[in-house]
Design a protein around this ligand. Structure first.
Ligand code: THU
Length: 140
């Protein structure tokens, strides 16, 4: 996962912040999905690395994040931003592990539940939310 996050980070489009981020998700199916941040000249339109990876995962048919890696290059520990925590929470259980990494490897391992306590989620709406254990659907 770290290697895929490294490769994604190397492709980050971050000409404005110069802050490159790579992410890799392991779905419950075992498949891995990587992403990088994709900035935009219209700054608020930029997308975080986690969101890119989530988009790839959903497009491929997976719906449950079992584990996540977030990789940055600086000396400071980088935890997912608030928006990313909410986006991860749509597809991850509270116990899903989130590894905060630097070039040298894992710096801190935490969980989605620790990052997003008292979460607003599908349960709040009285729904079961995104299908959690569905496999890939075959095309018709
Ligand atoms: N960024 C991410 O990709 N993920 C996060 O969780 C935090 C921030 C990106 C967004 C922007 O391209 C750059 O880091 C600086 O904020």
């Amino acid at each position: 996962m770290l290697d895929l996050a490294r490769r994604a980070l190397a492709n980050a489009h971050a000409p404005y912040s110069r802050f490159r981020v790579g992410a890799c998700l392991r779905a419950a199916s075992g498949r891995l999905y990587a992403g990088c941040n994709v900035e935009n000249a219209a700054y608020p339109v930029g997308q975080c690395a986690e969101a890119t990876a989530i988009g790839a995962m959903v497009a491929a048919g997976d719906r449950e994040i079992a584990e996540a890696v977030v990789l940055t290059e600086g000396a400071e520990l980088c935890a997912p931003c608030g928006r990313c925590r909410q986006q991860l929470g749509e597809f991850a259980r509270p116990e899903a592990r989130v590894h905060l990494c630097g070039p040298e490897g894992v710096r801190v391992t935490t969980t989605l539940g620790e990052l997003l306590p008292l979460a607003f989620g599908p349960d709040t709406l009285g729904r079961s939310g995104a299908p959690r254990r569905r496999g890939r659907r075959s095309p018709r």
